[in-house]
Design a protein around this ligand. Structure first.
Ligand SMILES: Cc1cc2nc3c(=O)[nH]c(=O)nc-3n(C[C@H](O)[C@H](O)[C@H](O)COP(=O)(O)OP(=O)(O)OC[C@H]3O[C@@H](n4cnc5c(N)ncnc54)[C@H](O)[C@@H]3O)c2cc1C
Length: 236
């Protein structure tokens, strides 16, 4: 039983599908509620292909050693219950700001400085402006450049040299759906650009690009100098 049909729950359910029967539970009436309508059809087709049962508009009311009870009154025998709901930033953020956003993140200006305290923030704790009307996602494609700019600006502030603005590259999402391949999407409305094996190949390239060099000073400095992760070139 996988609880939460968001990004993580969908990937977990798809990865487990080859090992036995998977039941995906979400209190929303649709899968991938936060991903919007763009990829929904492709996600549903992949779940059908993988034989993943959905219990939507339902939540978990109890979990035991080998069962999960649902709000529709059913009790499902389960070898494992995977919890993938309730995304939150670290509780440490409450010590820094009392104006946290709905994910408990610290509101920042474009230079990644807290609007309430003399502190720079990066990664999943950062509620930084991405572009007009959007705040960054709790995702590595934002976490990595946030770290570079926050680190640079903290030093620049100490050295009294100009700070730089955080300007992320175009937003993309890539969902790994195991044996059903992947779904690659572009933009905040998550327009589907690739599905199946092509989508999975793009996801593999993205994952490979996330690991920074660790033992070569020249490569480390070259990577640090780039503000964005290079996403695979893809025609819009
Ligand atoms: C299951 C899952 C799948 C994901 N898939 C994707 C994906 O496909 N694409 C994508 O873009 N994003 C994905 N993400 C999100 C991505 O992993 C995060 O956005 C990113 O890792 C955040 O980076 P971070 O540095 O802020 O935090 P983390 O990567 O969580 O790093 C925080 C580090 O700080 C350490 N730490 C914590 N507290 C302390 C302390 N008190 N003292 C010292 N060290 C401490 C932790 O051990 C950890 O090493 C996924 C996340 C999850 C959980």
């Amino acid at each position: 039983v996988v609880v939460g049909a968001g990004f993580t729950g969908l990937e977990a359910a798809a990865a487990l599908a080859g090992r036995g029967k998977v039941v995906l539970v979400d209190r929303s009436e649709v899968v991938g509620h936060q991903l919007g309508t763009g990829p929904r059809q492709a996600i549903e087709a992949a779940l059908d292909r993988l034989g993943i049962e959905r219990r939507l508009g339902t939540t978990v009311t109890g979990v035991g050693d080998d069962w999960a009870a649902l709000s529709d009154g059913t009790k499902i025998p389960a070898d494992a219950v995977v919890w993938s709901a309730g995304q939150r930033a670290s509780a440490l953020t409450a010590q820094i700001s009392d104006g946290l956003d709905t994910l408990d993140r610290i509101p920042l200006d474009r230079r990644l400085r807290s609007v309430h305290a003399e502190i720079f923030v990066a990664g999943d704790a950062a509620a930084a402006p991405a572009d007009a009307g959007h705040t960054v996602m709790q995702a590595c494609q934002h976490a990595t450049p946030l770290g570079k700019v926050a680190g640079y600006n903290a030093m620049a502030d100490l050295l009294r040299i100009p700070l730089r603005n955080f300007t992320p590259g175009p937003y993309v999402t890539c969902l790994d759906l195991g044996a059903a391949g992947g779904i690659f999407m572009r933009g905040w409305e998550r327009r589907v650009l690739a599905v199946g094996e092509h989508g999975a190949e793009i996801k593999r390239k993205i994952m490979a690009s996330l690991h920074p060099p660790v033992d070569n000073a020249e490569l480390i400095l070259a990577a640090a100098d780039k503000v964005h992760i290079d996403m695979p070139c893809f025609p819009c």
